[in-house]
Structure formats: C-alpha cells, structure tokens
Ligand binder design. Structure first.
Ligand SMILES: NC(=O)c1ccc[n+]([C@@H]2O[C@H](COP(=O)([O-])OP(=O)(O)OC[C@H]3O[C@@H](n4cnc5c(N)ncnc54)[C@H](O)[C@@H]3O)[C@@H](O)[C@H]2O)c1
Length: 366
C-alpha cells in the first residue's frame, strides 16, 4: 500500500475512521475532514449483508468519497493483515482513530452470534492492536452502546404513564438519566450486548493497562440522515422512512411506551472532537441526547405527526424484543465535566424534520 503522493517524512495529520460509510463513521468523516490533512476511511459495506438492500450504505460511501481529502479502503475490520497494512502505511501521522465499524443489531446478532462477535469484538481488537503497533499516540474513540447493560435498566423502579415508561421521580437517575455507576452483571444482555461489551472492555484495557489515549462512548439511540434505518436497527430513521412511504411501522412490545434518548450523529462526533482535544486514557462515558431528547415510541410518532401533519400508520406486536429495556436516558454529566465545551446542538424536532426531508417527505413549514 502506498501513501499516494504523500511522501514519508512529510508531516501530515490524519484521522482514521472505521465504518466510514455508516451513520456515525460518515458523520465523523464530514466533521473531521476540515481539521485534518487526510481522513482515511475503512468500510467493507457489510451493513447490506446484515440487513439487505434497505441497509445499503452505498449512499454513505458516495458522500464520504465526495470529501476531497478522504481516502477509502474497502477493508474488513476482521482482516488483520489488511487493517495492519492501512495503519502501517500512515503510521505515527495518525492522530485520531474513530472505531465505528460494527454490526449494530441485537436481532441480527441472535441469528449469527459468531459473525457478530467476529465483527464487533475481534474487529475492535484487531484495529486496536494495529493502532498500538503503528500509531499508539493516536487518540482512539470506540463507539460503544448502552446495550452492554442488557436489561439491567429494567430493574430500576419504573412507572407506567399514559404515553411512556418513566423512572420513579424519587430515584437519583430520574432527572439526569443513568450514569456510569449502573451495574453490568446479572443481566440478560443479547449476543450483541456481549460482543459490544467485549470490545468495550478490550478498548478500556488498552487505555488502562497500556496507557493509550482510548475513550469508550456508550451511546443511546444515535440517528441522522446518514442512517439506513431498517426494522432491525435504527428505529427513528426507520419510523420516518416507513411513515413517508405510508407503510405501517411495527411497534414491538412495552405498549410502545419504551423510552430512548436520541442523539444526532453530528452531536456525537462533536463530542469525539472534544475528547480528541483533551483525551483521558481508559475513560468510559455515557453519551446520548439526555432527558430533553428522550421520547417513547408513541411520543415520537405523535411528535412526527404534529410536525408534518402526516398520520403514522402502525401495528403493534405485544412481544417485546429479548432484553429490551423499557427505559433508557443517558446521563452525560461525566463527559460534560471533562469536556465542558460540549452540548448537543440538535433537538428532536430537528432530527425528525431532517429525516423527513431525507426520506423524501413533503416539505413542511418550519
Ligand atoms: N446508531 C446507534 O443508535 C448506535 C448506538 C450505540 C452504538 N452504536 C454503535 O456504533 C457503531 C456504528 O453504528 P452506526 O449506527 O453508524 O451503524 P452503521 O451500520 O450505519 O455503520 C457501521 C458501518 O460499519 C460497516 N461495517 C460493518 N461490518 C464491517 C466490517 N466487518 N468491516 C468493515 N466495515 C464494516 C458497515 O458497512 C457500516 O457502514 C456500531 O458498532 C453500533 O453498534 C450505534
């Protein structure tokens, strides 16, 4: 592999983004391109293999490739030789690595745990190991997930209201959401939770034991126009996509009152930028939209209908997904204490309207 016109010894600052055709990786490419000489992307387009044509990231790849200082490598993160060749090529010029390649669906993982574990756990360790050998001073951000906790949040004292499950107001997590002190053990977790937790722990170890500048970001529901939302992953994008098409959206269990906090991928990558400027090796943060950007599925549908004047057709299946918690809101105060300059810029309405336009919905007055 060559440096394609960039001579050895010529100083360049490089960001490497895995999963660069996907939602979070794509947002990272666009955010970091103006701040680095070069953004090197790794993605093998595997989302389509997971979810079929509706999961294709061809559009995301085309968008990344329009970025002038972007170079793409169609590489599988499980392929140690190929990943190593990319990182060896750029070596210590790499300042930042965002690892966002992954299999993101609990449903898909249930059918193929071996592949899921390979992509999520071994893939992460493969990338970490190459970074360790070729650019160990780089800041490394692992996009992890609140799904590592499995159904633990369901043990919190929840109450059912007309439109959502809600945490008992007397509970310390009520106001700001769940902080990093929540337990990990004694959980139904899903195979996805297992593979993501393995990656999460391995990344922490590279920070704690080896002193690498690794940060782990356990995200809630991240969405944005770069998401190829499907039933098995990316519920906000999928909901708007089906609504625009007039197709029925399927709600799975919990009365449609399950609560998630939603974060625009642009706000997530902005947080990664703040971490890059002041990294804390081995840090683990919850990162999500927080209470202000939280909604149940029913509330999200109502909000979308209000914003667009369009009725959402849905059907309801009473069987919830395995280990699917009724309530999750991320407490982001630990991250904001370390990085006081960050706060999300996009609210739920922005997110819904951007998705509506993206999926070809009729323009609505702001
Ligand atoms: N979107 C969310 O709500 C959310 C929340 C928490 C954590 N995460 C995690 O963040 C990561 C990125 O999520 P996303 O929403 O951007 O997903 P995404 O599916 O949009 O992007 C992931 C990208 O990785 C690529 N990829 C998959 N397997 C690969 C492999 N073996 N080699 C190289 N590339 C591969 C896919 O083609 C895709 O472009 C995932 O690991 C996911 O679990 C996502």
């Amino acid at each position: 592999m060559t440096r394609g016109g960039v001579e050895r010894g010529v100083h360049v600052d490089i960001a490497v983004v895995t999963g660069s055709a996907g939602l979070i990786g794509g947002a990272a490419v666009r955010r970091f391109a103006p701040s680095f000489d070069l953004v090197v992307g790794i993605d093998n387009g595997m989302r389509q293999e997971f979810f079929g044509p509706a999961g294709s990231v061809a559009r995301g790849l085309a968008e990344a490739e329009r970025v002038p200082n972007y170079r793409h490598h169609r590489v599988d993160v499980r392929d140690q030789g190929a990943v190593d060749a990319v990182l060896r090529t750029w070596g210590p010029d790499v300042r930042l690595v965002v690892h966002a390649a992954g299999q993101p669906s609990r449903v898909w993982a249930e059918g193929q745990p071996l592949t899921d574990f390979g992509v999520n756990a071994l893939g992460a360790v493969t990338v970490l190991d190459s970074v360790r050998r070729h650019c160990r001073d780089a800041v490394f951000a692992l996009v992890s997930t609140a799904k590592v906790y499995g159904d633990v949040p369901d043990a919190l004292p929840l109450v059912e209201t007309a439109t959502r499950w809600e945490l008992d107001p007397a509970h310390p997590f009520h106001e700001h959401g769940v902080d990093e002190s929540i337990r990990l053990d004694r959980a139904d977790r899903t195979f996805l939770g297992v593979s993501k937790l393995a990656a999460d722990l391995a990344a922490q170890e590279h920070g704690r034991q080896l002193g690498m500048k690794v940060g782990v970001f356990r995200c809630g529901s991240v969405t944005g126009t770069g998401q190829a939302g499907v039933q098995a992953h990316g519920f906000v994008s999928h909901l708007v996509r089906t609504a625009v098409r007039g197709a029925p959206y399927r709600i799975l269990g919990h009365g449609g009152k399950q609560v998630r906090d939603v974060l625009d991928a642009r706000d997530l990558v902005e947080a990664l930028w703040h971490f890059y400027l002041a990294p804390k090796p081995g840090a683990v943060y919850h990162l999500g939209g927080g209470r202000a950007r939280s909604a149940s599925v029913l509330e999200l549908i109502a909000r979308y209908e209000h914003l667009t004047g369009r009725e959402v057709v849905f059907d309801y299946s009473p069987r919830a997904r395995f280990a699917d918690p009724r309530w999750w809101i991320s407490d982001t105060r630990a991250f904001r204490r370390d990085h006081p300059g960050w706060s999300p810029a996009h609210d739920l309405d922005d997110v819904l309207l951007a998705l509506h336009r993206h999926w070809g919905g009729v323009e609505v007055a702001a």
